[in-house]
Design a protein. Structure first.
Length: 311
């Protein structure tokens, strides 16, 4: 099935808020037993409270959703997010582009205000994803992320998921010096290869941090025809704004990443960003980027707990 067949069969649905049916006063007027029946009725009708989530479950969620950059920290966008979608008709391009921007803004990530900005997140729908990655591996391998050997680069260029993202990262020091995370950058002699060295030396955080400067998200339409466009857009938004370490982990906490894992949550498929997902993204863009990895993760955990408590 090609891109045209995909867009023809894709359910273009916008999820609307659902309201619960109101409770109509019944005829529970039975003398002295009225109060008892009213209490029993409202107790039965009240929604069950969400079960508390263990710290270990939240910790596992953060670990599986957090790739560690070369510096040993979690990276995020510092330049304005500018998604560029290709391979779909204009209406789908507009929908996904807007959704990525909206999710980024809600999380506190910087968003380029111009609709004609130069894209730094390439979102490509193609029926030949591996051929695309082979080309990136050959011509622009830095887009795969940091690697220390050709063998590692070959593994990183392998397409393993129907929606998959790669992030090119850079290290920034206290003075704003930037080093592209590439094994060739330090010896390039270019401005991009300038060494990032200035730090505080503190164990709580040395002030140096990692950020994304380019990303590519690749989706195979041949395998996505059964999904709603809103669900796809949420999945794409998450992997564009964050870099999961184990996209198919299927942790105790539901995630939009579970969407394409056939073995995960068969009875209750995830249809959009979950509270844990939104809490993660909010935490990612609120934490101190120069803090230690442990402090970064603790900050994200705090925001996930906050999001879960608000359910």
């Amino acid at each position: 099935m090609g891109a045209q067949s995909f867009t023809a069969s894709l359910h273009y649905k916008i999820v609307r808020d659902k309201t619960c049916a109101g409770i109509t006063d019944g005829a529970w007027m039975m003398g002295g037993r009225t109060k008892f029946f009213l209490i029993a009725f409202f107790l039965a009708a009240a929604p069950a409270r969400a079960q508390p989530v263990s710290d270990s479950a939240i910790g596992d969620f953060v670990d599986s959703h957090s790739s560690i950059a070369r510096l040993g920290k979690i990276a995020r966008w510092e330049g304005g997010v500018c998604p560029a979608v290709t391979g779909l008709p204009a209406n789908f391009v507009k929908f996904i582009t807007k959704r990525v921007r909206d999710v980024a803004a809600a999380a506190g990530a910087p968003v380029d205000p111009s609709e004609t900005c130069k894209g730094n997140i390439d979102i490509v729908f193609t029926t030949k994803p591996q051929a695309l990655l082979d080309g990136i591996r050959a011509k622009e391998p830095v887009m795969l992320g940091y690697y220390s050997s050709s063998e590692q680069a070959d593994r990183m260029a392998k397409v393993s998921y129907v929606i998959q993202a790669w992030h090119a990262t850079q290290t920034v020091d206290l003075r704003g010096n930037v080093l592209i995370d590439s094994r060739y950058a330090e010896n390039s002699g270019s401005a991009m290869g300038s060494r990032a060295k200035s730090s505080t030396g503190s164990r709580l955080g040395d002030g140096m941090h990692s950020s994304y400067y380019r990303a590519v998200v690749v989706a195979n339409p041949d395998r996505l025809a059964d999904y709603e466009i809103g669900t796809l857009a949420d999945h794409i938004a998450f992997v564009a704004l964050a870099q999961p370490d184990a996209p198919d982990a299927c942790t105790a906490l539901p995630s939009i990443l579970d969407m394409t894992n056939a073995a995960c949550r068969k009875e209750a498929p995830v249809k959009g960003l979950t509270p844990a997902d939104t809490g993660y993204l909010r935490g990612l863009y609120q934490i101190d980027p120069g803090a230690s990895l442990r402090t970064q993760k603790d900050g994200i955990i705090f925001h996930i707990k906050d999001a879960l408590a608000a359910r």
